[in-house]
Design a binder for this molecule. Structure first.
Ligand code: ADP
Ligand code: MG
Length: 242
């Protein structure tokens, strides 16, 4: 569903991605971890063209992201993205947050968009908050709305960039639970997170990045079950967060 082939990217003379190759198959959950500044956010943002790259290829659902004739709005509509900071529209109600892009980008009728919005709010456990504004919700609730908003576009895959790292600890699980459900329903997911409990539970594979390079890309059983087989950098990283 998502394939990175020898992707490199520079900011001026600084190489932020170094020959990165990996893939996320349909229905797979890939967790991306690694030290701060290693290029995790940059990597996943290249997949929906939020960040350009200079070398290599990225394919999403059969479409080449870097190709000049690729319809980027259409591509972006196919991939849901959830960030660390919830990035809901603060001046719009929860329901309007959920319906806006459905109507504007997908051309859905308002009534249909609202029906889908209600369905998704129910799924993330927020039916009671449909008319509230983001500022009236807790961080965990806002992040669940952000997930619902992304799902409203019927994406073929979901990208998450540290979706729980800005949350108070007691709210982390309500967001992870929604993600676990999504994974079990077969959603294709690429998740940057340091939540190794989540990785152990739902990841199919773990990608470990360091200094812009993919240093490890292996099945979760291998990543967690065989610490001796890991690179020095991954061992160091794991020893700090586990
Ligand atoms: P991570 O998500 O793993 O913490 P990032 O992908 O955010 O890492 O950043 C990787 C590196 O690229 C960092 O060293 C960061 O300082 C640098 N970087 C990120 N964005 C820019 C930018 N717009 N211009 C220059 N350097 C950047
Ligand atoms: Mg980041």
């Amino acid at each position: 569903m998502i394939e990175f082939k020898n992707v490199s990217k520079w900011y001026g003379s600084f190489q932020v991605l170094n020959n990165c190759s990996t893939s996320v198959n349909k229905g797979e959950v890939v967790v991306v971890c690694g030290p701060s500044g290693s290029g995790k956010s940059t990597l996943i943002k290249t997949a929906n063209a939020l960040e350009p790259f200079q070398e290599g290829e990225i394919w999403v659902n059969g479409v080449s992201v870097g190709a000049r004739d690729t319809n980027l709005p259409k591509l972006r509509a196919q991939i849901g993205m959830v960030f660390q900071h919830f990035e809901l529209f603060p001046h719009l109600s929860v329901m309007r947050n959920l319906t806006l892009a459905q109507v504007k980008v997908l051309g859905r009728k308002e009534a249909e968009a609202q029906r889908r919005g209600r369905e998704l709010l129910e799924r993330v456990g927020l039916s009671a908050h449909v008319d509230k504004f983001p500022g009236q919700l807790s961080g965990g609730q806002q992040q669940r709305v952000a997930i619902a908003r992304a799902l409203a576009m019927d994406p073929v895959a979901m990208l998450f960039d540290e979706p729980t790292s800005a949350l108070d600890p007691e709210m982390v699980n309500e967001v992870l639970d929604v993600m676990v459900d999504l994974a079990s329903e077969g959603m294709t997911m690429m998740v940057v997170t340091h939540e190794m409990g989540f990785a152990r539970k739902v990841a199919d594979r773990v990608v470990f990045m360091d200094e812009g390079a993919i240093v490890e890309d292996c099945p979760k059983e291998e990543f967690f079950g065989n610490p001796e087989g890991r690179s020095e950098r991954a061992k160091q990283f794991l020893s700090k967060i586990l």
